[in-house]
Ligand binder design. Structure first.
Ligand SMILES: NC(=O)C1=CN([C@@H]2O[C@H](COP(=O)(O)OP(=O)(O)OC[C@H]3O[C@@H](n4cnc5c(N)ncnc54)[C@H](OP(=O)(O)O)[C@@H]3O)[C@@H](O)[C@H]2O)C=CC1
Ligand SMILES: N[C@@H](CC(=O)OP(=O)(O)O)C(=O)O
Length: 337
């Protein structure tokens, strides 16, 4: 097969595994796959296009001859290894938080700012935070129609947002409780997640906000090129397997009605409108799981807005492992080839 030599840093994790599937589904031109992970995973076999490929330990030398790196490991591994890959000529599309706010690293959602991909002087392009991608995909076309001024967001984020350990922990807790047992200590969550929810994702920062909540503001401004846009975000972990959900209120410069918004969103890339209260049609995470589109519905006027016409409230759900991570990264890589 002709194409690019593609390395996946973190090929055994939740996002890395999904990347393999996305590369296959989208028929990305891969001449050779280089799956990389920690020393623990060295020698494991993964399936790619019907063939077994051996996982290697991620070392700087492993990037020799690689054209494109898809980063699906943590911040520390990204900071240590991606500059090594870039120095060897690879272009890296990274899912971690490590480089997102670096002025020389584009932060890209292809439905919003694909033109930023071209300028990547460090040979690194960053994939935004998953909740940020899911929230901005439907917000962006509304901004283009009416001029976004302010966003108020509450998220309902799936356990798999905390990677393989989060996914396994929710499975464990659910089973223990179904068997009549006690959960005991929860890891990686601060508290039992099954039958519960946890209003904390990331560590606490200034003014009582968490790191995850500030990503929506800091990354949102950079992606949309709206440095003055105002954000207020509350992030909550909920006991579902995959697909993040968000309740979003947007305030605009100009009036926009729910009907106009539905029309705009119906023609917007990456969005599926599911909005018919009469037939109980609205977005739900089970429906948007394993899908690349962000589902949006419950579109209505913000009754609390002072002018009554310049603000909308809606609900959206999107698979954070796909569009929030793997699919977005592979879309960026498609621009590179
Ligand atoms: N899960 C999600 O919904 C999203 C995650 N992200 C980001 O994507 C990245 C990956 O997350 P996720 O897949 O959830 O995490 P997982 O914990 O599921 O996977 C982590 C991956 O990193 C590898 N790894 C761990 N330590 C090292 C090391 N020292 N050297 C090389 N590789 C290592 C692991 O390999 P091994 O199996 O050998 O331990 C594994 O392949 C993170 O930066 C995360 O913030 C972004 C958006 C959404
Ligand atoms: N923090 C997100 C997932 C994630 O990994 O985000 P980031 O890539 O910004 O660290 C969640 O737990 O749902």
């Amino acid at each position: 097969m002709s194409g690019k030599v593609v390395a996946i840093l973190g090929a055994t994790g939740v996002v890395g595994t999904q990347m393999l599937q996305c590369l296959e589904e989208r028929n990305f031109p891969v001449s050779r796959l280089v799956p990389l992970a920690s020393a623990r995973s060295r020698g494991k076999l993964i399936d790619f296009h019907g063939e077994k490929v051996t996982v290697q330990e991620a070392t700087p030398e492993a990037f020799e001859g690689v054209d494109i790196v898809l980063g699906a490991a943590g911040d520390a591994q990204a900071k240590q290894l991606l500059p090594e890959a870039a120095a060897r000529g690879a272009v890296c599309v990274d899912n971690s938080h490590a480089f997102r706010l670096d002025a020389d690293v584009p932060l890209v959602v292809p439905e919003i700012n694909p033109e930023d991909i071209q300028n990547h002087p460090r040979n690194i392009i960053a994939n935004p935070n998953c909740a940020t991608i899911i929230g901005l995909v439907p917000t962006w076309p509304l901004h283009q129609a009416a001029g976004l001024r302010r966003m108020i967001v509450s998220t309902y984020q799936a356990a798999s947002g905390a990677g393989m350990p989060g996914l396994r922990e929710l499975e464990r807790e659910t089973k223990v409780l179904a068997d009549g047992g006690e959960v005991g200590d929860s890891d990686p969550f601060a508290y039992q997640l099954a039958y519960n929810l946890i209003p904390q994702i990331g560590g606490f920062k200034d003014d009582g906000y968490t790191s995850e909540e500030l990503k929506m503001q800091n990354e949102g401004r950079k992606i949309m090129h709206l440095p003055d846009c105002r954000f207020n975000c509350t992030c909550v972990r909920v006991p579902i397997v995959r697909s993040h959900s968000e309740s979003i209120t947007c305030e605009f410069d100009r009036p926009i009605s729910p009907d106009e918004a539905r029309e705009v969103l119906a023609g917007a890339p990456g969005v599926k409108v599911v909005d018919d209260p009469a037939s109980l049609a609205y977005p739900m995470p089970l429906d948007s799981s394993d899908q690349d589109l962000v589902y949006v519905g419950r579109i209505r006027r913000d009754l609390s807005a002072p002018d009554g016409v310049n603000a909308l409230t809606f609900f959206c759900c999107g698979d954070q492992i796909r569009k929030g991570a793997a699919t977005n990264a592979v879309q960026i890589a498609e621009y590179l080839v």
